[in-house]
Design a protein around this ligand. Sequence first.
Ligand code: NAD
Ligand code: UD1
Length: 339
Amino acid sequence: MSILLTGGLGYIGSHTAVELLEAGERVVVVDNLSNSKKEVADKIKEIVKGKVDFDKQFSLYIGDVRDEKLLSKIFEKEKIESVVHFAGLKAVGESCKIPLEYYKNNIDSTLVLLDVMKKFDVKNLVFSSSATVYGRAKSMPIYEDFPTSATNPYGKTKLFIENILMDLYESDKTWNIVLLRYFNPIGAHDSGLIGEDPNGIPNNLMPYISRVASGKLECLSIFGNDYPTKDGTGVRDYIHVVDLANGHLCAIKKLRTNCGLKIYNLGTGVGYSVLDIVNAFNEVCGGKVKYKFVERRPGDIDVCYACADKAFKEMGWKAKRDLKNMCQTSYNFEMKNKK
Ligand code: NAD
Ligand code: UD1
């Protein structure tokens, strides 16, 4: 049996593919390359070389999840046991500029996927959700039963999809669905072969810092130093992408227990400020990250971190890697892939 990863050549999907292959699973990927490259599959192959029979354990389909014919063909050909649905557009700022693209891509792809899964009686799904569904949480840490809300089209697509999945489960309790709410994934694979490589100027903190460290960008702008935090800069729950990838293995195992619908935060439970990240990064790169303070970024919140106890209690999952490793692997990836 195989596990289908939609968007499996992307940042989180590719790391999850590696962990699944190394755990002996068979992996099928469908990706339309809208935010990734076909060569990522070669990198995955290189990482698992000698440990895994890649040609037997891995299949790749280049195409769109909204293409129902393609998806049906995949389900006909491959014996799919469960699906991890990563595919989607994810840039908050962009989603405010082209909301219809976000609704079309993220929601339509999920509806087509669910229809095809139903048709082939494959009712096991892990969905990539986000801490963004908590909006401005009333207190910290954030627990899974906190109220949800969304303030931008990207966040709304995550919330709508969560609701669609809840309705689906209410209508048919034979589905097993795990909603994973990721906090802030950063870091890269130890090999330096795969990592986060956004097009253009990065919006998110870690890719921006990496590019300042490698000399591609001049200086980091820190958005606000007047937040009510220990040093005035925003605090987030950064989690290493390999830890996050392992959370998906645990979620797949959870599906195999006929778990019904479950929701888990995937974070470390620890909040770091922007200055903590800059200082930790400077330790690994020899102080190359210059920064200046600028105005707050509209829409940002001051503090956001998870309570990750539920994922540990119910799936045995816990993040293991520390901030230094997150910075070290991000820097290593950036330097190895410097163009
Ligand atoms: P990513 O952009 O690197 O990966 C997404 C992949 O999906 C890309 O390879 C892209 O080409 C593909 N894709 C997009 N639309 C598609 C479609 N219609 N058909 C086929 N392939 C399609 O993003 P990521 O960081 O790996 O995120 C994966 C998922 O996790 C996304 O759903 C994202 O919203 C969610 N998420 C990400 C973060 C984060 O900070 N990275 C945080 C919370 C949630
Ligand atoms: C972003 C997404 C959010 C998603 C989350 C998880 C935005 C606006 N939000 O959140 O939907 O769920 O990732 O990955 O993109 N910062 C700077 N300078 C920069 C970039 C960021 O100071 O150049 C600061 C921000 O103000 C924030 C922190 O760094 O305090 C993290 O920012 P970022 O990496 O963009 O993530 P989030 O805003 O937490």
